[in-house]
Design a protein around this ligand. Structure first.
Ligand code: PLP
Length: 476
């Protein structure tokens, strides 16, 4: 299996090269040359446990780049950190099914991909005898999950930018209480989009990226998509026999389009998915796009579901690429227009077949609170605010005889403030969160400015890694 860029500017690369490259060196996103098709193997796939299914699906994308036994042990270790025997349990709640993706160490779905990516990085770096400085921006959950995936691991440092005082208190503590020497938390005085813009600019500075061995852990990294594809198969295969169509509709709370892009990929590979229901909060650029064909950014609003407070969905480029019939030139033109004008209109270009897989809607904070209350009072099931947005929207798309599966993206205890607002008191408890309260923290506050961040990286890498220091002197 080889990989290419949505912008058409790189030669075919292998899976491990794609993982190490993160953002493609031409500024695009990495995609496979072709999606593998497993539509004729669904019966066999439905018999597998989660780690077995992960091994089967992920191998298709790795090819012969990593020996099978090494890949298998990486996958087994990655999911041994989950606190549920099924790894990803599926609950039946009211008229819906809920796939709990939050049983990993930081209690959000991002652990599913980032526990694996941490082990994958470690494996590749040891094999190549090289080092990596991981750089990522987070709206809250990616940061802690990425940090948990790589803390204390050799050959790598991690630098995570989060928007100062715009992540929940728990999210902040999950990141800043990690004191391992290879972990650097940076609170920027700006929004998540500012952080993402800075990171993109640093990655696009190819000389800097190469000299400082920068690596990406954001959902632009192809390995994250691959690990996420697995649970779309898992959920759809578990429930399909209960649907008269033999397929399942999935509802996904989305901000960056990373999670749901994996759903699109799974659908392309033959997963029994009838429809992807995209759920956003009031930051609804994606919902507006699916309603109108116009992709237009507006101001970021703070909501009760902060991990979806995003206006520019970096993974949307991958989907747009397929909508445009994998035409890199057209994609370049659209991305250029979007950067310049903040809006693109692709109504006339949409391949109708691609679009009908998706429906989309947005939900308000008020609706979020109502859903948390309703599911707690009627079904004794506690939703986190992101999942609540999805559940509220999924309810509007129920179809007789068809099964609807909602992705639960976080444990409610991560967002106690919203639970308290909905129910009057905070009943969401998790031991690992209670344990954070009294731990010491470490974090640096910096302005949301590329040069400030760049200088901080250079200094930290130099002082943390003696080899790099002498390299630096040699450069002067
Ligand atoms: C990251 C996150 C999302 C959004 O995921 P995307 O991949 O950005 O669409 C939703 N819910 C929670 C809890 C998250 O952490």
């Amino acid at each position: 299996m080889k990989y290419k860029s949505t912008r058409g500017g790189i030669n075919p690369i292998s899976f491990t090269e794609a993982v190490m490259m993160g953002l493609a060196s031409d500024g695009g996103l990495i995609v496979p040359e072709k999606f593998p098709d497993v539509g004729d193997q669904l019966d066999e796939l439905s018999l597998l446990t989660y780690p077995e299914l992960a091994m089967t699906i992920i191998s298709l994308f790795v090819g012969d780049d990593i020996p099978e036994k090494d890949l298998k042990s990486m996958i087994d270790i990655s999911y041994s950190t989950f606190d549920h025997d099924d790894i990803i349990p599926i609950q039946s709640v009211g008229d819906l099914h809920i796939m709990e993706l939050f049983h990993g160490p930081t209690l959000a779905f991002k652990d599913v991909a980032l526990q694996f990516l941490g082990n994958l990085f470690e494996y590749i770096l040891k094999r190549n005898n090289s080092t990596l400085n991981i750089l990522g921006a987070t709206s809250g959950d990616t940061g802690s999950a990425a940090i948990s995936g790589v803390r204390g691991k050799g050959n790598m440092n991690i630098f995570i930018l989060h928007p100062h005082q715009r992540v929940s208190r728990v999210q902040e503590r999950q990141m800043t209480t990690v004191l391992d020497e290879n972990v650097f938390n940076i609170a920027i005085q700006g929004t998540f989009d500012d952080g993402q813009r800075i990171i993109k600019a640093l990655f696009n500075d190819l000389e800097f990226k190469k000299e400082y061995c920068l690596g990406a852990i954001n959902s632009v990294n192809w390995a994250r998509i691959v690990a996420q594809i697995v649970y779309y198969f898992y959920g759809a295969l578990k429930l399909r026999s209960g649907s008269s169509s033999g397929k399942v509709q999935l509802c996904v709370p989305t901000g960056n389009f990373g999670n749901i892009f994996a759903g699109y990929a799974a659908t392309c590979m033959g997963a029994p998915i009838s429809k992807l229901i995209l759920a956003t909060n009031e930051n609804n650029i994606l919902a507006r796009f699916f309603e109108s064909g116009i992709y237009e950014k507006s101001q970021v609003k703070q909501t009760l579901s902060p991990s979806m407070d995003i206006q520019i969905a970096s993974n949307f480029e991958r989907y747009l690429y397929y909508l445009l019939g994998e035409n890199a030139q057209k994609l370049n033109d659209y991305m250029y227009d979007f950067d310049k004008n903040g809006t693109i209109d692709i109504r006339s270009k949409i391949d109708k077949k691609g679009v009908t897989t998706f429906v989309a809607k947005s939900g308000s904070d008020k609706h979020t609170l109502e859903m948390i209350k309703k599911y707690y009072e009627h079904y004794n099931y506690l939703l986190d605010p992101h999942t609540a947005i999805g559940v509220g929207i999924a309810e509007q798309f129920l179809e007789d005889g068809e099964r609807t599966l909602c992705l639960a993206t976080a444990h409610p205890a991560k967002f106690g403030e919203a639970i308290k607002q909905a129910l009057g008191n905070d009943v969401a408890i998790h031991d690992s969160i209670s344990a954070l309260t009294h731990l010491p923290t470490r974090c640096t506050i910096l302005s949301a400015d590329k040069h400030t961040i760049q200088s901080y990286l250079i200094e930290s890498i130099a002082s943390h890694n003696p080899n790099t220091k002498s390299d630096l002197r040699a450069h002067k």
